[in-house]
Write a protein that binds this ligand. Structure first.
Ligand SMILES: *Cc1c(COP(=O)(O)O)cnc(C)c1O
Length: 372
């Protein structure tokens, strides 16, 4: 395959030398958890997204789960409360809600942004609605004046699923005046799964917040529920990040800006060069710092289009083929039908965006234009 969808070894090649040095340092140090790398990574992550506190964790799903659990422990949420979330998100967003005995209320996305349709939020709100999980899907900030207005009027807790949008910036200020994803709402969850814009060499995640009590509660929950050694105030979990992963992530976090600029450059090339009536391109949203975790095309004859891409050496993927409400584990329990979500699931195609250069992008666009 000339243009594989994503080759992680290539993504990491430019950092490999530094990572190997970091790995040697940590192996020799004899300190593998809860150490200096975690502490520094947390500080650097919080700074990079204009938040006050960060807690390094095991993965993105745990980060989301622990945020909801912490709000329950703090008395800000209780079992049965409703959380609004977009219906076309990755299933982990929904798992984190139901795992805590909260009720996800699915809202359709906007076909152009792929994020929650702000005009449909208000209708979904009931007296039991206490929060909203905004998902910055595919790297596009899920925030605008309309969302902000409804959320503020209903006094909802705003939790960000920032697994796909580290480094992105909305064009509207968040509830604490920041426009950076990760500090738009009351708290945010990050994933550093290897394919994300900043990926670890294994699993890793984090939360950020400017609420000190929340950060402390998550930190305790992630460490068996203990606030100090051998003293457990919650029935917690073990959701810590390895020192090795924290060290790798610190190296990559220093280059997040360049990585995102490069993704934007590739997205712009696709936007300028792809011109085929059978293919719909994603919207480039004015004034927002989209970070293009995925570049999503739509095509009614998707299967045939993907075969054509493959025959021409281009890897592709689908994010996501089956929405959460149609997964066997949730069948019939998340409401529906959700026609916009289902139409997206049947037509979206992701093309390479990471670790390709500008010439590759032009060639991929030319091949796509030849699809009939
Ligand atoms: C990747 C992802 C998650 C889960 O993160 P993991 O680190 O894989 O657990 C959650 N939400 C979204 C939107 C994601 O893309």
């Amino acid at each position: 395959m000339k243009y594989p969808f994503l080759r992680l070894s290539e993504v990491n090649a430019i950092y490999a030398h530094e990572m190997k040095q970091a790995a040697c340092r940590i192996i020799d140090s004899g300190w593998y958890l809860n150490g200096e790398e975690n502490r520094l990574f947390e500080k650097e992550l919080a700074e990079s997204c204009e938040s006050q506190y960060a807690v390094a964790l095991s993965n993105g799903l745990d980060a989301l789960r622990l945020l909801f659990r912490a709000y329950i422990e703090m008395g800000k949420l209780k079992q049965g409360d409703e959380i609004i979330v977009q219906a076309n998100t990755y299933i982990a967003s929904i798992l984190a809600i139901t795992d805590n005995g909260l009720t996800p209320i699915l809202v359709e996305p906007d076909e152009d942004t792929f994020n929650i349709d702000s005009s449909k939020i208000e209708k979904a709100i009931t007296p039991a609605t206490k929060g909203i999980l905004i998902v910055h899907l595919y790297g596009t900030p899920c925030w605008n004046e309309n969302i902000k207005e409804v959320i503020t009027r209903h006094n909802l807790l705003v939790i960000e699923d920032n697994a796909q949008a580290i480094g992105a910036m909305a064009d509207t200020q968040g509830i604490n005046n920041s426009r950076m994803t990760g500090s738009i709402g009351h708290a945010a969850a990050f994933s550093f799964y290897p394919t994300k814009n900043i990926g670890a060499l294994g699993d890793a995640g984090a939360i950020t917040t400017s609420d000190h009590q929340l950060s402390q509660t998550v930190r305790a929950l992630a460490n068996y529920g203990s606030d100090k050694r051998y003293h457990n105030i919650y029935t917690g979990y073990n959701c810590r990040m390895d020192e090795l992963q924290a060290a790798f992530l610190r190296i990559k976090l220093r280059h997040i800006e360049e990585e995102n600029i490069h993704r934007r450059k590739i997205a712009n090339i696709y936007d300028q060069h792809i011109d085929n009536p059978l293919i719909k391109k994603p919207a480039i949203i004015d004034g927002t710092g989209q970070v293009w975790h995925q570049y999503i095309l739509r095509c009614d004859s998707r299967d045939r289009f993907r075969e054509y891409l493959e025959a021409n050496g281009i890897g592709s993927d689908i994010h996501y083929a089956t929405p959460p409400h149609l997964q066997p584990c949730y069948m019939g329990r998340l409401g529906g039908p959700y026609p916009v979500t289902e139409a997206l699931a049947n037509t979206v195609v992701s093309i390479p965006i990471a670790a390709i250069d500008e010439r590759d992008a032009c060639q991929i666009a030319t091949i796509i234009n030849g699809y009939k």
